[in-house]
Every structure is written in structure tokens, then in C-alpha cells.
Design a protein around this ligand. Structure first.
Ligand SMILES: O=C(O)CCC(=O)C(=O)O
Ligand SMILES: [Fe+2]
Length: 338
């Protein structure tokens, strides 16, 4: 890339991310060792069983799902629509993509009321991404604009597939964990589900910035589909592994709620997203939570609801600048108190 890149090329970028684009910078080599290639376990959705799934949830907290029944045509159309929408001028995205679809940039952390969570003004804290937040129950009402309407109906269809997958997968985990029928029902609530479409932006200093820095998801389950660019990495055995893009597969990762429900036997796995200089990357995530008033009972944590967890997380982001998450609720063992 060089200085000849036209300014119009970046009109779809939030203004902050237009600076220094196209300029060669001296690269600071990443201190991380290169990531190893993908040995993520694969689950055939049609052949799942509690023992195998349970073992993967205990050891990995992330797996690939094949034979999931989400039509490839639907995935392709969704990516095409996302590409078109993200390529619009920044100002048009801000005006066109409004309630209930919310356009945001610079951070994936949104508050309960749907505003981007402030992480402070330092550019190294900004995430090189923009996104759309789509609460699924709200995406059922038809829209006038024909392009937005076809996008909405794809989201609705994709959302029902995701709810189907999450309910089946969670049902098998619940069998492995021997949950009572009441827990199984209240610990996963599809109406809480939302979709996130992300576009990670080209970054002139990719080794110094993050698409999304290391984190665990707060959800029960998250289900991801990524395009062919790559960048997602998972932490396993003290190493970062690249999660390779495989177009007809989905990635499931367990979140903090699942770890607490399983008394820490399942892992809410650490992951992160790298950015690159040459290509934007699009991914589609689905996140699902417990019923609003479901109290998570665990031998390791004080009883809490997802709303309690989210409130604590928002406060920590505001005051400490990072998410503390589950440790805020952990019951102190006797030896911790000495
Ligand atoms: O874009 C991705 O591949 C991952 C996104 C992610 O980790 C998240 O939204 O929590
Ligand atoms: Fe995540």
C-alpha cells in the first residue's frame, strides 16, 4: 500500500480510522510467538453425544460445527449484504442503520441501553472494527427500504437457525452436566439472542492494534461465522492457535455464563481477533443468554443473574477500564481468606 490510495476509498471508514491509511509504517514485531495452525475439535451436528461434547467443552471451550443445516446460500447472501452495507459512506451508515439495528464502531462493548461503552481516548484502546448490533426479537417487523427489508429478512432467518443450533447444543451439554429440566429451560433463553455483524478495518500498524483484544464472551454460547480472511485466535495450552476460516463450518465458543453454570468444569475460552494491512474482514456472531430473572446457582460463585453480571462488567469497564467478569462473583475459598 502507498500514499496514492484515494481518500474516497476510506469514506466508508469512521473518520478516526482514516488517519495514516496507505502510509507505510515501520513495523514493530509482535512479541507473541507465531500462532500454531488449527487443531480445533470438529463436531458433526447430526451425530452429537453428551460424552464427546462434554469432553470438548471441558478441554477446549471452543469447537467447529459441521452439518449444521444453515443453508450456504443464506450465509453467502448475509455476507454480501454485510459487505454492501459496510461499504456505504460512514455518514450514511449512521443515518440508515438505526433502531432496532444499531451501528457502532471502535469497541464491541455496548451498554445495556445499546450505547458504545467508553474505553478512554487512547487510540491503542480502540478496536479496529465497526459493527451492527441486532437484537433478534426486534428484527421481525418489516421495513420500507427494499434493501434493508431483504437484509432484515435474512437476519430473521439466520437468527432462527442460530436459536435452533444453540438450543440443541445446549440441550446436550445440559444432559452431560445433569441439569434439572428447570435449569435447562431457564439457563438458555433464545429471545435474549442477538446478532453482531463486524467489519474489521485495514490497519496500517496491525501488530500494534487489535480487532478485538483477548477476552472471554459473557454469553452462555456464542456461534460465529467468519469470511476467508482469518484473524480469530483461541488460547489453548498457553499458546495462541489460529482458527482457520472454513466456509461451511461454524465456530461455537462457550461464554462466562456457561462456565459458571457448569461449576467451572466447562471453559469460557479466551480468544482475540487480529487485524491486517491489506484486507477488511467480516464475521457474524450470535450470542445467547439465560432468562432475564434466572439465578445462576453454582458451587463456585455467589448466586447471580446475567443482569447482575452485565452491571458489574459495565462498572468495571468505566472504572478499571477492563472487564473483570467471573472473578467478581467467585466464592472465596478458605485459603484465599488467610
Ligand atoms: O469476529 C470474530 O471472529 C470474533 C468476535 C468476538 O470474539 C466477539 O464478538 O466476542
Ligand atoms: Fe468473543
Amino acid at each position: 500500500m502507498n500514499n496514492s490510495c484515494s481518500e474516497e476509498e476510506y469514506e466508508s471508514y469512521p473518520p478516526f480510522f482514516r488517519q495514516n491509511q496507505g502510509v507505510d509504517h515501520e513495523e514493530i514485531l509482535s512479541k507473541d510467538l507465531p500462532a500454531e495452525s488449527d487443531s480445533l475439535p470438529v463436531i458433526d451436528f447430526q451425530l452429537m453425544n453428551p460424552e464427546k461434547l462434554g469432553e470438548i467443552c471441558r478441554n477446549w471451550g471452543m469447537f467447529r460445527v459441521v452439518n449444521h443445516g444453515v443453508p450456504l446460500g443464506l450465509l453467502n447472501q448475509l455476507h454480501e449484504h454485510a459487505n454492501k452495507l459496510f461499504s456505504l459512506r460512514f455518514e450514511s451508515k449512521q443515518t440508515l442503520l438505526t433502531d432496532p439495528i444499531l451501528y457502532f464502531w471502535g469497541t464491541p462493548a455496548l451498554t445495556m441501553s445499546g450505547n458504545a461503552q467508553q474505553t478512554g481516548p487512547a487510540p491503542e484502546n480502540l478496536n479496529w472494527l465497526e459493527g451492527l448490533n441486532i437484537p433478534l426479537p426486534l428484527v421481525k417487523t418489516s421495513r420500507e427500504d427494499p434493501f434493508i427489508e431483504s437484509f432484515r429478512s435474512l437476519l430473521e432467518e439466520y437468527g432462527s437457525h442460530q436459536a435452533r443450533l444453540a438450543e440443541t447444543i445446549f440441550g446436550i451439554m445440559a444432559e452431560d452436566l445433569k441439569f434439572s429440566p428447570t435449569k435447562t429451560k431457564s439457563y438458555l433463553s433464545p429471545p435474549t439472542g442477538f446478532l453482531r455483524l463486524y467489519r474489521y478495518l485495514r490497519c496500517p500498524v496491525p501488530d500494534q492494534r487489535w480487532g478485538i483484544n483477548v477476552h472471554t464472551d459473557s454469553s452462555v454460547l456464542s456461534i460465529l461465522h467468519q469470511d476467508q480472511v482469518g484473524g480469530l485466535q483461541v488460547y489453548k495450552n498457553n499458546k495462541w492457535l489460529d482458527v482457520k476460516p472454513i466456509h461451511d463450518s461454524l465456530i461455537v465458543n462457550l461464554g462466562d455464563m456457561m462456565q459458571a453454570m457448569s461449576d467451572d468444569s466447562y471453559v469460557s475460552v479466551k480468544h482475540r481477533v487480529k487485524v491486517n494491512k491489506e484486507k477488511e474482514r467480516i464475521s457474524i456472531g450470535y450470542f445467547v443468554f439465560p432468562e432475564e430473572d434466572a439465578v445462576i446457582q453454582s458451587s463456585k460463585y455467589k448466586p447471580f443473574t446475567y443482569a447482575d453480571f452485565q452491571a458489574e462488567k459495565e462498572l468495571d469497564l468505566k472504572t478499571v477500564g477492563i472487564k473483570i467478569g467471573l472473578p467478581r462473583f467467585r466464592i472465596k475459598e478458605k485459603h484465599d481468606l488467610l
